[in-house]
Design a protein around this ligand. Structure first.
Ligand code: PTJ
Length: 241
């Protein structure tokens, strides 16, 4: 039991979730390594959501609202860290949740589907061997024909790069590492911790739904992902000078 007064309470609770995720067969062991890398970058960010991330969240919300067929991709880390928020976002956007794994197994696909359903998801898509994305060599090439395959905007938090590069679609990601291939290849990169981003993204989707199409298009046009990545790196380095 971690006392709430512990200075690293939030961080330790997040670790605990991932540990439980591995124990319950949802998160892969590699997910722990991925999380450790994320933690290091979060430390450099002072574990807070900066303006560059808030601006990326704005652009992401506008893009998701304007999308004709947005899809939310779920992996073993996001499923344990923010299951409730993923389901809420999916409902607010009327966007399907699709489980798509790098270290895939039928058992883990089913466990993640069950976890999302427990948190209120009505339908959860799984990959099908009949729908294959070109230029991807990992198991993530298999997708659902009514999900990622036909999506115009794909939300892929905590990715591992191959798909962000190969998807000929608008890709929105959350990645604490601004140097990762995913971060550099995505259309919108939210450099922040997924546990802080998701509630803000849901809030922005709610607020921006009230805006007209032109204002949403402007929010996307005014956004510059390269600048976001540069600003995030500058923020990480400035305290080191
Ligand atoms: O469940 P699977 O099989 O699909 O595997 C999922 C992981 C995440 C293990 C897989 O996609 C992977 O190996 O990813 P990478 O290449 O380690 O990249 C994950 C990225 O997410 C890294 O750049 C981390 O910095 C970042 N990251 C980790 N935890 C968080 C994060 N970004 C935001 N919030 C986090 N909590």
């Amino acid at each position: 039991m971690i006392p709430k007064s512990h200075p690293r309470y939030a961080s330790l609770k997040t670790r605990e979730l991932l540990e439980q995720g591995v124990r319950s067969g949802i998160t892969s062991l590699n997910g722990l390594i991925a999380h450790g890398r994320g933690e290091a970058f979060d430390y450099l960010l002072g574990e807070k959501t900066h303006d560059f991330a808030k601006e990326a969240i704005d652009a992401a919300a506008a893009m998701l609202i304007l999308a004709k067929h947005p899809v939310i991709s779920v992996n073993g880390n996001s499923a344990v860290l923010v299951p409730k928020e993923l389901v809420t976002l999916s409902k607010r956007l009327n966007a399907p949740l699709e489980v798509n794994l790098f270290h895939t197994s039928e058992e883990r696909l089913q466990r993640i589907k069950k976890c999302l359903k427990k948190h209120g998801a009505t339908g959860v898509l799984l990959p099908e061997k009949s729908s294959v994305l070109p230029y991807i060599f990992s198991a993530r090439k298999y997708v659902h024909p009514n999900g990622i395959f036909k999506a115009d905007v794909v939300f892929v938090p905590l990715e591992d790069g191959d798909r962000a590069e190969a998807l000929v679609k608008n890709v929105i990601t959350i990645d604490l590492n601004p140097l990762s291939r995913t971060a550099r290849m995505a259309t919108v990169t939210i450099v922040d911790n997924i546990v802080r981003t998701m509630p803000l993204l849901i809030q922005q989707v709610e607020q921006k739904k009230k805006l007209d199409r032109e204002s949403l298009l402007r929010a996307i046009r005014d956004y510059n992902n390269k600048q976001t990545l540069t600003r995030s790196l500058q923020t990480m380095l400035q305290d080191l000078e």
